[in-house]
Design a binder for this molecule. Structure first.
Ligand SMILES: O=P(O)(O)OC[C@H]1O[C@H](O)[C@H](O)[C@@H](O)[C@@H]1O
Length: 550
């Protein structure tokens, strides 16, 4: 009988942390006056330079957090993941997204599968396909080369690819563009297809299950759009030249009418929200090329090696995961902000929302028993400096504790100048200033010393002691993006292990889908189905039906 998860709340470390949190009064001004504290709190992982010194912790708190790692058995759980044990207990699956970025000379056999060989087989097929499209060898049915790749997918089959495409925009081949359709709101397909030429458009239908309503509906809409636009050409040939698929359910792909030779597989041991570096990344490979995609995989693998081998006190994913547990379970933080000071990373917070919240938004532990503490916090964020003019008021002066990760790179993709001013430097000055302001704040006396009228002093005081982590990298290369993604994958893993939950299932998304199926006939006017609805749903559908037809 497999032993259940350790109940972290019953560990000595947890009790120690609770006593340290009791009456804890952070003092970042004092901590940051100690250069040695800053030096000891600055850690490196692959190319990432991570400053943890502006967090609300002390050496004693760190010591207790490190001890928690041992008591919950993180090392064993981590090894179990890398080894391919079925740690996704409720779906009885291995969790092997790290295998997607193993070098070809690595060895890993799981459940009788030569995982590395299979991963590289698919990679080479995707690379060949991408090179054909990039070189113009792959043409549409009219013989014209492809100019636009449209990825049709949702959740993990969309958020990763669009985030990475936006993040690596400087690496996209001239003359090639990617667009993304995810929402079943017909507006998404309509707006995305607007202005496109069917003859030069290639669709990638991305769906792990190939059973998702939004993706199959959008794929059918796009197929109809394509065939109408290419009327006069053989439908079969048109689909063969303009549609490929990515899925673990290759049988269903054929049913949709896509040639299995034009389909790229992956495996059930890759979670959707962990799949951007599988064939789900095909649109990205076409856009930036196989060499750049290989750099992304290398960056992810470098972070995996760091996570797997670095001792706790220097292990960035472990330290950042532990900080999130400290804030969530001991200092009552409900949310976590990720604030990329890189416009190219504007979709990164949204990507992290699925990664972290679909992983750790759980109420039961992996053995089915109820959780014994709060679990996943709400992740959110927007790029800097935009957020400064939107919600930073709350982060600086609100009553909520909002731990925040600030991310920036030294070398900009677009080194624009404004007269003498290096605009990137103006930009980064805000990055440095915001974490400083959140840490140091401004006292009443400092406000007064600026000549502020006494009755306005309190409104202009900044308490400070608002925690931030700063992550810097030399440049936003494919490798660095890979490192950032793998970093947050492993942070998520660490928190899940502490809470004893299965971070790799997502049963919580099913009820809404089931009810959508059930409600659909009522929305379409089926009186019997409408009568079956509760009073609120019935009256809302009534309102809809009265207003849908003008
Ligand atoms: O890739 P698919 O099978 O189409 O699934 C797309 C998404 O839908 C599901 O409902 C889950 O919430 C996600 O984890 C998944 O990424």
């Amino acid at each position: 009988m497999t032993q259940g998860p350790v109940d972290a709340t019953r560990t000595e470390a947890w009790a120690r942390l609770a006593s340290l949190a009791d009456g804890f009064t952070p003092d970042l001004r004092r901590a940051l006056a100690d250069d040695e504290w800053v030096e000891r709190s600055t850690v490196a992982a692959a190319d990432l330079h991570v400053d943890l010194s502006k967090n609300l912790v002390t050496p004693e708190i760190w010591k207790a957090l490190h001890a928690l790692v041992d008591e919950v058995g993180l090392d064993a759980r981590r090894e179990a993941m890398f080894r391919g044990d079925h740690i996704n207990v409720t779906e009885d699956r291995a969790v092997l997204h790290t295998a997607l970025r193993l070098p070809s000379e690595a060895e890993l056999e799981v459940d009788g599968q030569d995982v590395v060989a299979d991963v590289h087989d698919v990679l080479h097929r995707v690379y060949d396909f991408a090179e054909q499209v990039r070189s113009g060898e792959w043409t549409g049915v009219t013989g014209e080369r492809i100019a636009t790749v449209v990825n049709i997918g949702i959740g993990g089959s969309d958020l990763g690819p669009v985030m990475a495409y936006e993040a690596l925009a400087p690496y996209v081949q001239d003359g090639l563009e990617c667009r993304f359709i995810s929402n079943i709101d017909p507006t998404d397909a309509a707006q995305t297809l607007a202005g496109l030429d069917p003859a030069t458009t290639l669709f990638i239908v991305s769906s792990k299950t190939f059973g998702t309503l939004e993706t199959l509906t959008n794929a059918r809409l796009c197929k109809a759009w394509l065939l109408e636009g290419l009327a006069g050409h053989d439908d079969g040939e048109a689909v063969a030249q303009h549609f490929v698929a990515v899925s673990t359910a290759l049988d269903k792909v054929a049913d949709f009418g896509i040639d299995p030779d034009n389909a790229f597989g992956f495996w059930d041991w890759v979670g959707g929200r962990y799949s951007m570096d599988s064939a789900i990344g095909t649109s990205l490979v076409v856009a930036i090329g196989p060499d750049r995609f290989a750099e992304l995989l290398e960056g992810m693998n470098a972070m995996d090696e760091h996570f797997r081998t670095a001792p706790t006190e220097h292990n960035v994913p472990v330290l950042m995961g532990l900080l999130n547990v400290w804030y969530t379970n001991f200092l009552d933080a409900q949310t976590h902000a990720v604030l990329p000071y890189a416009q190219q990373l504007h979709r990164f917070p949204a990507y992290l929302q699925q990664l972290t919240m679909e992983s750790n938004g759980k109420g039961v532990r992996w053995d089915g028993t109820p959780v014994t503490s709060d679990t996943g916090e709400v992740f959110w964020g927007e790029p800097g400096t935009n957020g400064q003019h939107a919600f930073y008021q709350l982060i600086h002066q609100g009553t909520r504790l909002v731990p925040a990760d600030f991310i920036a790179v030294a070398r900009p993709a677009y080194p624009l100048v404004d007269g003498e001013a290096d605009v990137h430097e103006l930009f980064l000055a805000n990055f440095f200033a915001q974490t400083k302001a959140l840490a140091f704040g401004k006292t009443a006396d400092e406000v007064r010393s600026e000549g502020t009228a006494e009755h306005l002093v309190s409104a202009r005081v900044f308490t400070g002691n608002r925690p931030t982590t700063s992550i810097m990298a030399p440049e936003l290369t494919p490798s660095v993006l890979g490192q950032l993604v793998a970093l947050y994958e492993h942070i998520t893993f660490v928190q899940g292990v502490v809470w004893g939950i299965d971070s790799f299932d997502q049963w919580g998304v099913e009820l809404g889908k089931q009810l959508a199926q059930q409600v659909t006939p009522a929305v379409a006017g089926d009186a019997e189905a409408l009568a079956d609805q509760d009073a609120s749903t019935r009256s809302l559908i009534d309102y809809y039906r009265r207003h849908r037809t003008r």
